[in-house]
Design a protein around this ligand. Sequence first.
Ligand code: PGA
Length: 243
Amino acid sequence: MKNFRLFKTNDYEELSIQSARVFSGAVLSKPNGTFGFATGSTPEGMYKELVRLSNEGLVLFSGITAFNLDEYYPIAPSDEQSYSYFMAKKFFDLVGVPLSKRNIPGANNDPKIDCDLYEEKLASGDLIEMQILGIGTNGHIGFNEPSDTFPGRTHLVRLAESTIKSNAKFFKHPADVPKSAITMGVGTIMMAKRILLMVSGEAKAEILRDALTGPITPLVPASALQLHRNVTIVVDKAAAKYL
Ligand code: PGA
């Protein structure tokens, strides 16, 4: 396997604590830096641990600028299923990231305009110091679903059926899962100086092996990470089954 920095942990709790250590280390070394955030069930435990570290005064998040990977489209930021709401309630509000420094791809205008604006905002600031990532069971990163090419920049995407199925767990009715989203492109993600990939559970074990050791192909979008020079991976035992 390529020269990733790999932390194997026993279970989800250890994975959350280890990921929080890696991420807070990056924030401590750049307290006014730009950081990339992700939603979903995998990073929830890490956010809890980061909130604890923040409450104890061990790491401050009030100076950072935040950019999120993706957001459903269309969805209102006040919608409880939106990633804006997730980030506010589970992290930003609790650690004091100012509203003006929270960036989530929005759908206020034409989605094309929103995507271009997001890229412009990203390009006008510092590079992302560390981008948090999960992986989908189909190998997606952000909402870059398997396809014929690696999508470069922030774009509107139609969600894969497997993603809609995976995310149905967060909704009352499976039919409520939005069918589209705005996501940073694989190229946008690859611009980050460092990447923190978190993977938990046996359901991700096979795709994780394919992404890290298989061919680099847009059919497994996470395989692009083999081309990045600074990826830290934190896995639990179940996800590391085939590594
Ligand atoms: P999950 O999603 O953390 O809810 O498994 C990860 C992803 O789809 O990137």
